[in-house]
Design a protein around this ligand. Structure first.
Ligand code: TYD
Length: 202
């Protein structure tokens, strides 16, 4: 069976993590092996880089390079072997997050990240990306209820508005792969929408 690579994206507080277990169960019920992973992270090296990038102040380009360094390791150690085994890989975030946060949020030119994207995974793109989209106020209200914020979650409202806009631009540019989910709807409504999208995967 062919491997399937699914990524979950959205601003912090958009609600992507509320749906991972349900998604994994959807595929397991159809006899598929599911591997759930995350970025930055997913490997021992990647998890150490995650600690650094989420908590240490640094230049925006250093931040982007660390995201892609962690990603290189993640592909090598986790994603590509699992896809080769025919598994369903569900990753909380992947390269769309770098375009949204490092380009949209921090203002790095997209051309820089396109070089890194070609370098690190020219031949691999997600089969499907679920982009959970919510207005800034909703995301902020959800985050306020959550635990202690990391370096990204402490960013300004303007930062998150740029991140959200960058995600939506990317969805417009890759409509065949990125499906936008209205994250303000109830869990049940979102699941109905997700089920309809997964039907189209065949
Ligand atoms: P996430 O794991 O979604 O946060 P949490 O565990 O707090 O829900 O993501 C961690 C942060 O990393 C998130 O704010 C987005 C950021 N990020 C980037 O800026 N660029 C990237 O390429 C990736 C993968 C994540």
């Amino acid at each position: 069976m062919r491997g399937l690579f699914i990524t979950l994206e959205g601003v912090d507080g958009a609600g992507k993590s509320s749906h991972t277990d349900w998604l994994a169960e959807h595929f397991r019920a159809r006899g598929r092996s599911v591997l759930h992973t995350r970025e930055p992270g997913g490997t021992p090296v990647g998890e150490r880089l995650r600690e650094i990038v989420l908590h240490e102040p640094m230049h925006a380009e250093t931040e982007a390079l660390i995201m892609f360094a962690a990603r290189r390791e993640h592909l090598e150690q986790v994603i590509l072997p699992a896809l080769a085994r025919g598994e369903v890989v569900i990753s909380d975030r992947f390269t769309d997050a770098s375009f949204a946060y490092q380009c949209g949020g921090r203002g790095l030119p997209e051309a820089r990240l396109e070089i890194l994207e070609r370098w690190v995974h020219a031949d691999t793109q997600p089969d499907l990306t679920l982009l959970f989209d919510v207005p800034d106020e909703v995301a902020r209200a959800r985050l306020a209820a959550a635990r202690s914020p990391d370096r990204f979650e402490r960013e300004s409202r303007a930062f998150f508005e740029r991140v959200r806009a960058a995600y939506l631009r990317r969805a417009e540019r890759h409509p065949e792969r990125i499906r936008v989910i209205d994250g303000t709807r109830t869990l049940g409504e979102v699941r109905t929408a997700l089920a309809a999208i997964l039907e189209t995967l065949g």
